[in-house]
Design a protein around this ligand. Sequence first.
Ligand code: PMP
Ligand code: GLN
Length: 384
Amino acid sequence: MTIQLSKRTEKIPESVFTAMSRLAIENKAVNLGQGFPDFNGPDWLIEEVYKAMKEGKNQYAPSIGILTLRKNISALYKSIYDIDWSYDNEVIITMGATEALYSSIHSVVDEGDEVIIFEPFYDSYMYDVLLAGGIPKLITLHKPDFSFDFEEFENAITNKTKVIILNNPQNPTGKVYTKKELDFISDIAIKNDLIIISDEVYEFLTYDNVNHIPISTIPGMKERTITISSAGKTFGFTGWKIGWACANKDFIRGIHSVRQWTTFAVNTPCQHAVAFGLTKIMEYLPDFRKLYLQKRDFIIQELKDSLFSPIIPLGSYFIMVNIPENKNDMELAIELVKDYKVATIPPSVFYSNSDEGKSMLRLCFAKQDETLKNGIKNLKAYKL
Ligand code: PMP
Ligand code: GLN
């Protein structure tokens, strides 16, 4: 039989993260590519999953998510950002931020709607929009500070524009949007009656006294913003896949409509554990932030006498490095993983308009010190 996949599906390439992690395993290379910690999150939280399982919390959760987790998310955001999300109908628990993104995009984007995406982008935005039949409109974040041209942004808005996707702090650049940038984006969104999907999975990973500002807290933005986050990042358990979205109840209704036919409900015991984790988050966060700051500073320091010059990130657990001139990110990433035993991510796959990605590689520093040391040693072995 000739198997003919749908035209939509045929357009979707394999994710670069899957491809690079496979190459890392095949080549026995140190993996500084795909973004996940290679160390465990807190033991006390693992105990909570076990406890929930032993207590019989093993059947389907309510489709919208368990009540205590929705309550604790709502309370957390009230206490840290002074924003009110009703746990009743403005919070939904999802299978990681990935499902929140997929369901949000599918619930608001119609065939032919234009969606503004900043590049380099987190790859799922592009493919979620394409799968929904939307038209991505790319705005480039330019090196070295990954700022964007306000005029270009304003000119990209047409009468077909419906959504702006924001990722703050940003993967892969580590950019944290300034208040001025957020105010500008907000002004445009309000003026043109646009929806913002704001992916804030790295909300607790900012450095150098830079504060995270959820765009939903800017006046006029709460009603038009779907804010997404993930316990995978905050507690370092990416495999648990517990994420959420907070938004006006009509958006949550839309997200829920999609999710009924994708996952229906999310892993019950892990939801209970994360609900408990959020009650301890204020004690937990200082050490978590300190750990990642140390790792960021360590990798910056170690890269200094290599051919890869770091672009200092103010957020996330990624760092972009400039590669030697005349080198191409894709070819170099393959050479590095095969011959130098270190996996990285070639960021040109996160661009559609600009060539800037070809001059950089993305490294993930959510790794044990030993992994970082070995990875950097291998990077330093690379000579022209
Ligand atoms: N958004 C961004 C910006 C990410 O970096 C990631 C994963 N690293 C996700 C969403 C997906 O999050 P999750 O693993 O919770 O699905
Ligand atoms: N978000 C992770 C990264 O940026 C990868 C997650 C995935 O592979 N889906 O590396």
